[in-house]
Design a protein around this ligand. Structure first.
Ligand SMILES: N[C@H](CCC[C@H](N)C(=O)O)C(=O)O
Length: 289
């Protein structure tokens, strides 16, 4: 089967984008893995599928697959590429589009300056929503926010992580310097820790000052990526809840800069996280699957 694709990237997190708005696409996990394979396929961290909106007021469906072939709940850098894609393909002229993922409704805005801002929804902290099983661990509270002392096989000392969901699960640990952080060594150990029944994305967060951070993310099912949008949102939310960051943060990922805004908890609960950053088409092509 010949499949047309568009290769895109957002801060170096790269994607194969497939258009299923006219004809349904149902690819197997093996076909998704082939698309994501950097040697035998196109190569990407994730595969994004653009589907028609299924309800009034919803412009599109948005499905996300890691290059492992597993479908996941959310992808922030992908959301920015999604809105760029639908405009470039003439699938929508609206500057604000509403898209439905498997567990969230997102509002994506193409800005007048050409940048893209996505409303990533509110973070969730309840263990069952992450999901996270504290396994009897006693957290330390910092500014009233839990840091959980995970005991990880292969790591001598307990690893203090903040845990939350951006629709997908995240564990965030503070490091002095992302360049020397043990991302490759600790990332997979924490990703597969039994406290995370659906595994977890692991963020290594370096605080520069209250408005500037650096972040590396070892992504669930994808390994370290040059940027992780939901990971950036999760890390900034954790930093704000720990009392270390202000409401607007510039985040340096290895592949580019993201701007994250979160107003914290209001009268109606937790505010949504807003993320602004780049989204670019790299090339188009066809592949035999
Ligand atoms: N690896 C993530 C999905 C992609 C997230 C990331 N690429 C982003 O931009 O949010 C997960 O399994 O939850």
């Amino acid at each position: 089967m010949k499949v047309h694709f568009t290769k895109m990237q957002g801060a170096g997190n790269d994607f194969v984008v497939l258009d299923a708005t006219q004809t349904p696409l149902s690819l197997t996990p093996e076909q998704m893995r082939h698309l994501g394979d950097r040697r035998f396929g196109v190569g990407a961290d994730q595969i994004l599928v653009v589907e028609p909106g299924r309800e009034p007021g919803i412009d599109f469906g948005y499905r996300i697959f890691n290059n492992s072939g597993d479908e996941v709940e959310q992808c922030g850098n992908g959301a920015r590429c999604f809105v760029r894609y639908v405009h470039e393909k003439g699938l929508s002229l609206k500057r604000l589009i509403r898209v439905q993922t498997i567990n969230a409704l997102l509002e994506l805005r193409l800005r007048d300056d050409g940048g893209v801002t996505v409303d990533m929804g509110a973070p969730r902290f309840e263990p069952a929503q992450i999901p996270f099983d504290p396994q009897g661990l006693v957290p330390t509270l910092r500014n009233g926010f839990e840091q959980w002392p995970l005991r990880v096989a292969g790591i001598a000392q307990p690893v203090e992580v903040a845990v939350l969901s951006m629709g997908n699960p995240h564990a965030v640990l503070l490091v002095d310097d992302v360049d020397t952080a043990p991302v490759a060594a600790w990332g997979p150990l924490i990703e597969h820790h039994p406290a995370f029944p659906r595994k977890v994305n692991v963020g290594f967060l370096q605080i520069i000052d209250r408005g500037h951070v650096r972040l590396r993310v070892f992504e669930r099912d994808a390994g370290e990526t040059l940027a992780c949008g939901t990971g950036a949102c999760a890390a900034v939310v954790a930093g704000i809840r720990l009392g270390l960051l202000d409401a607007e943060v510039e985040l340096q990922a290895r592949g580019g800069v993201l701007y994250i805004e979160w107003a914290g908890k209001g009268v109606e609960g937790y505010a949504p996280v807003l993320m602004t950053g780049p989204a670019q088409t790299v090339f188009e092509g066809e592949i035999e699957l």
